[in-house]
Ligand binder design. Structure first.
Ligand code: MN
Length: 245
């Protein structure tokens, strides 16, 4: 136990891995082979992939390579946990088994160094974007998932790419504030889960925020997104929590 006492729990999100961004994939694999190897655990809070069309896409060469890197990483003894984001919510048990990771529901409370901490991808907190929340509720229905996954893989990929293009256009029109988390939703989530801290991604607005919840000071840590030249993680160690590059 004493040998692991100083080790960190690491959190990352929004890596958006895709064959179109090979340098980001290199950075991610180097992170797994390097700094992350020394951690107690690595938790991926969604949008690891730019999109995931279904576990029958595991044979894709790019996906095969990423899954192999994840499996090698977890085989070295670091606990690997994964929560789906809005881009990779179609990951399933086959992906989890191939990558050697455990799937987490969204949201979930974990004890991090004695602090009950609410983990979420973060899109659930963007309650001002009502169109998006309607869409989210629809695609998270088990019946929608079953019907969608029954369609041919190529067809699903085309549909996701079309959807992505539409959402990029909408993002340019929507006010930036609508796409951020709603402060009331943050406080409600912390309250209902009895959490004292929160870690989420999705908004790509890396930072640390203080919230007063029922007279208690709570910290909200927002993870940043990854690029070819940048990729940050939140390290939670007994000595404190901080972002690392
Ligand atoms: Mn997201």
């Amino acid at each position: 136990m004493s040998s692991t006492r100083d080790k960190s729990a690491l959190f990352i999100s929004d890596i958006h891995l895709s064959p179109q961004a090979p340098a980001t994939a290199e950075r991610f694999c180097a992170f797994l082979a390097g700094p992350a190897s020394a951690a107690d655990s690595l938790t991926i809070l969604g949008d690891l992939f730019d999109y995931w069309a279904g576990d029958d896409d595991l044979a894709d060469p790019f996906n095969t390579r990423i899954v192999a890197a994840l499996r090698e990483f977890s085989a070295r003894g670091v606990a690997l946990l994964f929560m789906a984001g809005n881009r990779d919510f179609l990951v399933g048990d086959a992906f989890a088994a191939a990558a050697g990771l455990s799937l987490l529901p969204d949201p979930v409370v974990r004890d991090i160094g004695g602090v009950p901490t609410l983990l979420t991808h973060g899109d659930l907190l963007c309650t001002d974007d009502t169109d998006y929340q309607r869409f989210r509720a629809q695609v998270r229905e088990p019946s929608w998932r079953t019907t969608f996954l029954a369609r041919p893989l190529v067809e699903r990929k085309h549909e996701i790419e079309a959807l992505r293009a539409r959402s990029e256009t909408e993002k340019r029109i929507k006010a930036a504030s609508i796409m951020d988390v709603n402060a009331t939703a943050v406080v409600a989530a912390l309250t209902s889960h009895g959490a004292q801290a929160m870690i989420h991604g999705h908004t790509h607005r890396q930072g640390r925020h203080a919230h007063l919840v029922g007279g208690m000071h709570c910290q909200r840590w927002v993870l940043g997104d990854w690029h070819a030249d940048r990729g940050t993680a939140l390290a939670c160690a007994p000595a404190g929590w901080h972002f690392i590059d």
